[in-house]
Ligand binder design. Sequence first.
Ligand code: F6P
Length: 357
Amino acid sequence: MKRIGMLTSGGDCQALNAAMRGVVKSIMNAEQDVEIYGFLDGYKGLIYGNFRMLTSHDFSGILTKGGTILGSSRTPFKLMREPDENGLDKVEAMKQNYYKLKLDCLVILGGNGTHKTANLLREEGLNVVTLPKTIDNDLWGTDMTFGFQSAVDIATDAIDCIHTTAASHGRVFIVEVMGHKVGFLTLNAGIAGGADIILIPEIPYDIDKVVEAIDERHKRGSKFTILAVAEGAISKENAKLSKKELKEKMKNYPYPSVSYEVADKIKEKTGYDVRVTVPGHTQRGGTPCPYDRVFASRLGSEAGKLILEGQYGFMVGIKNREIIRVPLEEVAGKLKTVAPDASIVQEAKMLGISFGD
Ligand code: F6P
């Protein structure tokens, strides 16, 4: 008999349910005697012992369902070693619940922060298998995370819709795409949506270069310009500041987000009519796209295989289209970012896309 604990942690994304379904189906198809303990709302469920027993019925019909049947929450890694408001030692509590339920392993689905805690639990002696989710695609050790492609589709749709209205009105439009630290989503949706300017955190922008690119288009007869701007896009000026200096400067930041600042500066320097659209959390919502359904199911299968083999301490991922196993200690704490000289960036530049650099 296998006793498996499962949780989804961090910001949700598409195909979390598809991935869990994949794990459970692959195990149940090989072994009938399985108990699944679904911890609710991420690590919180494991800390406070909130779980639900799940049967095969719970995993039926969820391949296409967005969100997570277990609920999710953010429990920052840096607070894991700090006692909660009642003095509870969170790590110890997670271990106690694991041992009390006599679990064989934990299946943990999450992004960067989640993986740091998963690795901590591994170091504490628990059996852990993880699956990489996030629309940001910023997990080290895997070419892709599930959720990413679905989010690219949604952000691209947003840019597509803006395209028609931008053309009608001859305006400058900014579509703000999710991603505070990395620009994979903005870069891919920007290229797919035919954005003229793409601003991402990894390539700090110079507002004058942005304005130059807009002016160039106008000179060539294009009446409108579309910018795909990542939530974490940063000016060259700000990129030079230390973390502390930037934090200090941001205290009096008058804009809701960077897109509004870019819009304001463009207006100020050119007099053009500029509008900002923020699709926000729609990018994490809705049905997973077919790619993510297949990908998450494949990852789920491999995670199931690891558990059946009794092999723990791995994240399942993908490299060159093949599903792989990556030791958790290699993944935890590392961020995958867009290299400013990556071929995709060079190719985008060849297409005439400006990065404002
Ligand atoms: O989960 C990743 C992500 O969607 C980022 O792209 C985004 O910056 C952030 O989460 C938003 O977080 P929250 O849902 O907590 O507002």
